[in-house]
Design a protein around this ligand. Structure first.
Ligand SMILES: [Zn+2]
Length: 363
């Protein structure tokens, strides 16, 4: 049976005031004006596509809420940063439960797809799959070898279970080992990605020789680096809250001015909640801290709702339109210029309706 929602509907080109009809997990129509006839919509408000969280490490959700002091290396660098010690010390069951809760938080705050950089090799990937279970969220799983070295048998098995390989950074690895990992990943037509120039500037030529599909952070990238990424059409995932925690800062305005494709990620679950709207909020604030408005709310929303498909050559359309999956939410927010309310922080209670394909997550 056809069902409807009504209100300000997000489109890449701007919101339209209208109604959206959907049936059997597919959007069938979007038109201006109210629902046809006297049909009562399921929900009214701001209609947004579900967001894509392009960089998570939900394995460390178990440490969320712990007192965390120290620099980037002592907290999150492999193999002996606090995060890796906690991962080793926790039982699989506790890890799985903590991940499951983080995934529910994501769904509750309007994220429909997430890309996780899963640690702990094959075992880590299996655990994440168990944590997802029957949840309707769509995963992009980036596994990695258990240790910072290449093993043909480990990698070939891993590659049958993941969407791609996502490693820490060239600074953590012996480059020749990482080269073998990257080469084999690309040879199997899987996604390869890594953290880059987060704490210190790393050699972009060496990074690009690994043929990455996207990079994470680039907070310390030079102007020339950003231009190279733009020319090579390599998207960058920015994680504003993590950057702020470690006293880094993504220069969003500069990245956009160089035409770098940007997307957003909530990064380490031990530091940040899984609510991608928080990343939008902090990113928007950082980008406009110098006064005036240099990065618009529209530009920020594109990072969370439109650009992610460029990372995975996803066939899913993130923009809402007839024939696309009914992956959307309806929010109770001011209807006048909703793009600004959307980048000022949205909590789960503001989201009144969430549907993901054929399943209704919240109503
Ligand atoms: Zn990360």
């Amino acid at each position: 049976m056809m069902q409807y929602v009504e209100g300000m509907i997000y489109q890449r080109s701007g919101f339209i005031n209208g109604h959206l009809g959907f049936e059997d997990g597919i959007i069938t129509e979007i038109y201006r004006g109210m629902c046809p006839g006297n049909i009562e919509p399921l929900a009214k408000g701001v209609v947004m596509p579900l967001l894509t969280n392009c960089h998570t490490h939900i394995g460390d959700a178990i440490a969320h809420g712990r007192k965390l002091t120290g620099d980037l290396e002592s907290l999150v660098a492999p193999p002996n940063g606090l995060k890796f010690r906690i991962l080793r010390e926790s039982t699989p069951r506790d890890l799985r439960n903590a991940m499951h809760r983080a995934l529910i938080d994501m769904l509750d705050t309007g994220t429909g797809t997430f890309c996780d950089f899963r640690e702990e090799g094959l075992q880590g990937v299996e655990l994440l799959k168990k944590a997802i279970g029957e949840l309707p969220i769509k995963p992009m799983i980036m596994g990695r070898p258990k240790e910072l070295k290449y093993s043909r048998s480990e990698l070939s098995e891993l590659l049958t279970k993941v969407n791609g390989i996502g490693v820490s950074s060239i600074s953590d690895w012996d480059y020749s080992e990482l080269e073998k990992v990257a080469k084999e990943t690309k040879a199997k037509s899987k996604v390869f990605a890594l953290h880059a120039s987060e704490r210190i500037r790393e050699d972009l030529d060496m990074i690009l020789d690994l043929k990455p599909d996207f990079l994470v952070h680039m907070t310390k990238g030079s102007n020339a680096d950003l231009e190279t990424l733009s020319e090579n059409k390599i998207p960058v995932v920015i994680c504003p809250r993590t950057n702020v925690f470690f006293k880094n800062r993504p220069n969003i305005k500069k990245m956009l001015s160089k035409n770098v494709t940007l997307v957003l990620g909530t990064d380490n679950a031990m530091l940040n909640s899984s609510n991608l709207f928080e990343e939008l909020r902090v990113g928007f604030e950082l980008a406009n801290r110098t006064g005036g408005l240099s990065v618009s709310a529209e530009d920020m929303l594109i990072m969370a709702a439109v650009n992610p498909k460029k990372l995975f050559n996803a066939t899913d359309h993130l923009n809402l339109g007839p024939g696309t999956p009914s992956n959307f939410m309806v929010l109770e927010l001011p209807m006048d210029k909703p793009e600004y309310a959307l980048v000022r922080g949205v909590s789960a209670d503001k989201i009144k309706f969430i549907t993901i394909g054929k399943s209704v997550w919240k109503k």
